[in-house]
Write a protein that binds this ligand. Sequence first.
Ligand code: ADP
Ligand code: MG
Length: 387
Amino acid sequence: MLNRNAVEERFAAYYHADSEVIACAPGRVNLLGEHTDYNDGFVLPVAIDRSTCVAARARTDRIVHCYTAQFDQADSFPLDAIERSATLPWSNYVRGVINGVQALYPHRLLRGADLLIDSDIPLGSGLSSSAALEIAIGAAFQALNHLRITGTTLALLAQQAEHIFAGVQCGIMDQFIVALGQADHALLIDCRDRHYKPVPLPSQVSIVVSDSGVERTLSASAYNQRRAECAAAMRSLQAHRPAITALRDVTVADLDQYGATLPPLIRARARHVVHENARTLAGAAALQAGDLVTFGTLMRASHISLRDDYQVSSDALDTLVAAAWSVPGCYGSRLTGAGFGGCTVSLVQTAAVEPFVTAVTQAYQSHTGRTPAMYVCRAAAGVQIIV
Ligand code: ADP
Ligand code: MG
């Protein structure tokens, strides 16, 4: 866990002044509900005990200075005209969020800030360092200016910032869980109306994220293709049941009744989404009842569906998952995130974590020649502001 005192000391050394607030936002991993978000469906992410911290101090002028320890780079920009940075991609997350906060208060003259970012979330690995950065920046900046932005509003403006300033068309899951996560709980989020419900995670279980180390190169084009295929399935099924406006509205019974009218590939995509939504709801109920065995079985079914029906897995991810499934004390494992590379998530009895890490690492090494990064995590709280 990132040491907050160390971040404050880093701020003092860099700016030669003490910080006034520090905001820390966690990374996240999705336990169940993959490729359901853009179909208005359900997701079940958990915030993890790795975080991005922003130490901050208000300025008397309307300039924002920002330094990130991860790139050892600094940037500054005026609050009066926040534009995208052409040279510093990371700064666009900062600029976008501060621009979004300012837009909520058109009649207030907000103060500039000195900001310092530090993090122990691996960047670009699928643990959502981007949302952690956005939410930590937003939380620190609002605290400096004594604003009261709700977690939901902060999540929405951070998502907008990622769309507009960073150019990434992400869903709402990452910002939501990073802003609103609860310690020892996952969050069941309805991506249609953004209702959410904390679901307890039993204390004897650890979350293990295994990074395949394979870049998600194919993922942008394939992701867009999957979205288009889901839209095509939705339109065809709508012809039979006009109330359907997203695959979220399609039941397993609908699919049994009308599925044969879809081309086989489109039917397989729809089958994944419809069953994944059902699995996510069933998984939340299982967790609520403390039934990790059922939850693990659903994770396994999710992976098989992502591999065979949605076709977003890879040899590397299948290898990690198969190794995990065979270790005693592992309840379940599946690819997490968009797929094609990136990470898997496994739920493992805490007492069995050490042998689990050893076994999966060895299996992956002998199959691929690469060493996976393994992150053992617990379910943590969403963003925290310390004044
Ligand atoms: P992920 O969110 O899965 O980690 P992304 O590609 O969405 O991967 O986001 C990673 C990008 O977010 C980085 O390349 C960088 O631009 C920005 N970022 C995240 N954390 C930091 C940080 N601590 N300092 C500076 N930039 C960061
Ligand atoms: Mg991201």
